[in-house]
Design a protein around this ligand. Structure first.
Ligand SMILES: C[S@@+](CC[C@H](N)C(=O)[O-])C[C@H]1O[C@@H](n2cnc3c(N)ncnc32)[C@H](O)[C@@H]1O
Length: 211
């Protein structure tokens, strides 16, 4: 049996930049939750087409926005956060495609919205980006992976965020029994410092709160 996912926050509103479409349809999601998905127009239209018969379990809204466009992003955030005080933002799979300046500006925009209390993101080390670039270079030609800060979670701590939970993908994959057998021995190696992952290929899911 798989362990249950750990849930550390209880938001009333979720701004979801880019997770699979399943969560709003899951019975784990309370019906009172407002779930907002923000993604590019073409991707959102395709998602709407494919999921037109799926009945969301919570209050779902999809917004077509280019999150690299800072004025469109700020306007969208202001509107969807509104008077809420307990908003969770998730950016699974997004940051790696942005450059450092774009992630810095996104981190500041999220921090500037007082109602956003938590931010869940996935983070890669520079060494992991290198390995992925070598292995998947041609497949990633149109979507190169860029963001893997040398200072790991300290990148966000310098911008007014506080890392409250850091879980490496390796340990999570092992816990959920999703680790390929070729990787199983690696899980016994010591984890790098999340503020200085150095030359170790490492990735993690990070929960941030306001500092
Ligand atoms: C690796 S996928 C994320 C996958 C998603 N979490 C899932 O499991 O299906 C990257 C996503 O980022 C979105 N994306 C990339 N650049 C974006 C931008 N500038 N604005 C909004 N969305 C963007 C893509 O449209 C795509 O949905």
């Amino acid at each position: 049996m798989h362990p249950k996912p750990e849930i550390h926050v209880r938001p009333s509103r979720v701004i979801e930049a880019l997770v699979p479409s399943a969560p709003p349809n899951s019975s784990l999601v309370p019906s009172s939750l407002r779930w907002i998905e923000a993604d590019l127009r073409a991707l959102t239209e395709e998602k709407e087409r494919l999921l037109k018969d799926a009945e969301p379990r919570c209050q779902l809204r999809r917004i077509k926005v280019d999150l690299a466009d800072s004025s469109a992003r700020v306007a969208m955030l202001k509107e969807v956060v509104g008077p809420s005080t307990d908003v969770l933002v998730m950016t699974e799979g997004l940051l790696v495609y942005l450059d450092e300046a774009q992630v810095r500006s996104l981190a500041m925009d999220l921090r500037n919205q007082a109602g956003i209390r938590w931010w869940l993101l996935d983070l890669a080390s520079p060494a992991l980006l290198k390995v992925m670039g070598k292995r998947m270079g041609s497949q990633l030609a149109n979507a190169p992976m860029k963001f893997g800060p040398v200072n790991g979670v300290a990148f966000f701590e310098a911008l007014g965020w506080r890392a409250t939970h850091v879980q490496s993908m390796m340990s999570a994959a092992s816990r959920f029994r999703r680790l390929p057998w070729t990787m199983k021995l690696f899980r016994f190696l010591p984890e790098p410092n999340p503020r200085s992952p150095g030359r170790i290929p490492w990735s993690a899911v990070v929960q941030l709160g306001r500092a």
